[in-house]
Design a protein around this ligand. Sequence first.
Ligand code: RTP
Ligand code: MG
Length: 140
Amino acid sequence: MSTERTLVLVKPDAVERRLTGEVLRRVEAKGYRLVALELRTATADLLDEHYAEHRGKPFFSPLVEFMMSGPLVAAVVEGERVIEGFRSLAGATDPTVAAPGTVRGDLGRDWGTTVVQNLVHGSDSAESAAREIGLWFPGL
Ligand code: RTP
Ligand code: MG
């Protein structure tokens, strides 16, 4: 058994496009379990920590602005190998090349914006998941 938890964000573009239910449906249909779920508008401080690995990159400021542009849905999702599994459900970062069948491949669009708007976030490792869950859901 390797039951894990991961942080999933349904980003503001997905909430705006009314795709929250579609994303969560795919998560649940895969057999994963929701452990925490909240609609909220992120602060710059939280996003600065969340995206610390991208500080200094050209897309960092537009990324934080985009993530603050409207409400998002933050969730903790649990299941066997869910960290890798959700990344697989999400698809490649760039929606244009993300495989059909994935969230980004089926539903993501290239809007020609500086920052890639790609509907969802999922933690990329056990270390990232622990760090991000602690940031978004302290005390969980
Ligand atoms: P995420 O962290 O959101 O799950 O996505 P990811 O691992 O697939 O992508 P990552 O490299 O961690 O980048 C974080 C987010 O920044 C935006 N981005 N824009 N304009 C660009 O070149 C660019 N690169 C990344 C995307 O929203 C990406 O998900
Ligand atoms: Mg990432």
